[in-house]
Design a protein around this ligand. Structure first.
Ligand code: GLN
Length: 192
C-alpha cells in the first residue's frame, strides 16, 4: 500500500494524516530520519517555518531531507521550507524548488481568509484556506504555476515537488492531496 509520511515536528500534522487516511492510504507521522526510507511520499505541513527548521536541525533531518528524492508536498510553511530563496532572509532551508517566496505575504492584518481558487487540473474551484500565507514572488522556468491569487502564484509544481500556500488539509475537499498521491503513484508504479 502507498505510504505517505507527514513530517511530525510541528504544525498541522494530524490534519494531514487524517486526510491521507481518508483517501485510503497508509499515513504515518515521521519523527525520525530513518522513517524517510519507509515512505513513498512526504508532506511538509503548515505551521511556522523558522520553528520547523530549528527542529529539522535538532532531529537530524537536514541532510536526509535535502537528499530526499521521492515526491514532496509542501503546504504553507512547508512551501517556505522547500524554496530556494526567501525574501528578506539570507538563508533558505532545504532549497529544493526554484522559487522565491515571501512570508506572511498578504499582510498581517488579514491573518486568515478563505477563497474559491481555480487550480489547474482540478476542474471546479477549490475552497482554499489561507493562514498567514506566503506567496511565490518569482518562479524559475522549470516551475509550473497551478494557481494564482491576487496575481501571485499560490500553488505550483516542479518535478516531484508540489506546493500550496493554502491549507488543503483544512477542508473536506481532498482533490489537491489526490493530485499529490497521483504524483507519488506515478513515481512508484509497483506499489498498489
Ligand atoms: N507564515 C508561516 C511561516 O512562514 C507559515 C504560516 C502557515 O503555515 N500557516 O512559517
Amino acid at each position: 500500500m502507498t505510504t505517505i509520511g507527514v513530517l511530525g515536528l510541528q504544525g498541522a500534522v494530524i490534519e494531514h494524516l487524517k486526510q491521507v487516511n481518508a483517501l485510503g492510504l497508509n499515513g504515518i507521522i515521521v519523527k525520525k530520519p530513518e522513517q524517510l526510507q519507509e515512505i513513498d511520499g512526504l508532506i511538509l505541513p503548515g505551521g511556522e517555518s523558522t520553528t520547523m527548521r530549528r527542529l529539522i536541525d535538532q532531529y537530524g533531518f537536514l541532510q536526509p531531507l535535502k537528499h530526499f528524492s521521492k515526491p514532496i508536498l509542501g503546504t504553507c510553511a512547508g512551501l517556505v521550507l522547500v524554496a530556494k530563496e526567501i525574501a528578506d532572509s539570507d538563508e533558505a532551508h532545504l532549497p529544493l524548488m526554484d522559487i522565491k517566496v515571501k512570508r506572511n505575504a498578504f499582510g498581517r492584518q488579514v491573518e486568515s481568509f478563505e477563497t474559491e481558487l481555480d487550480v489547474k487540473g482540478l476542474g471546479k474551484p477549490l475552497t482554499a484556506v489561507f493562514i498567514r500565507v506566503p506567496y511565490i514572488e518569482t518562479a524559475g522556468e522549470g516551475v509550473e504555476v497551478l494557481a494564482t491569487y491576487d496575481g501571485y502564484p499560490v500553488a505550483a509544481k516542479q518535478g516531484s515537488i508540489l506546493v500550496s500556500a493554502f491549507h488543503p488539509e483544512l477542508t473536506g475537499d481532498r482533490r489537491f492531496l489526490a493530485m499529490f498521491v497521483q504524483m507519488v503513484k506515478e513515481m512508484n508504479p509497483a506499489v498498489p
